[in-house]
Design a protein around this ligand. Structure first.
Ligand SMILES: [Mg+2]
Length: 128
């Protein structure tokens, strides 16, 4: 089985590098974007298996991009996990409403991230 492809979207360079490095070390193929527009382009060029989507982005926000991807027949199967800085119930609800399959609260827990991501990926592969 080839390595799953994960697109990490975050406008914070430190977060983007941290999350990407951890997942790259796990053996995943990693794509990176620091804004929603370039993420959207990347999804169409190289569809990933999973997207870690920062919510607060300059310009188009992560929930808007999630809605667009989930409304599109060709991209709606991609698992989208929101990265949210707010551990609030309302944010969880907003993320689900936009079509996110789950969410991870920032700051990222570097010890649990690989297991959490692997769990979401198992969900896809197990159901196909
Ligand atoms: Mg951000």
């Amino acid at each position: 089985m080839s390595a799953a492809c994960i697109l990490v979207v975050d406008d914070n360079p430190t977060n983007l590098k941290l999350v990407s490095d951890i997942l790259q070390f796990e053996g995943y193929q990693i794509l990176k974007a620091s804004d929603a527009e370039s993420a959207r382009q990347m999804v169409h060029d190289t569809p990933p298996d999973l997207i870690l989507m920062d919510i607060a982005l300059p310009g188009m926000d992560g929930l808007t991009l999630t809605r667009l991807l989930k409304a599109d027949e060709t991209t709606r199967h991609i698992v989208i996990v929101a990265l949210t800085a707010f551990a609030m119930k309302t944010d969880d609800a907003r993320a689900r409403e936009a079509g996110c399959d789950g969410y991870i609260t920032k700051p990222i827990d570097t010890r649990t991230l690989p297991g959490t991501v692997a769990g979401y990926l198992r969900g896809i592969r197990g159901s196909s």
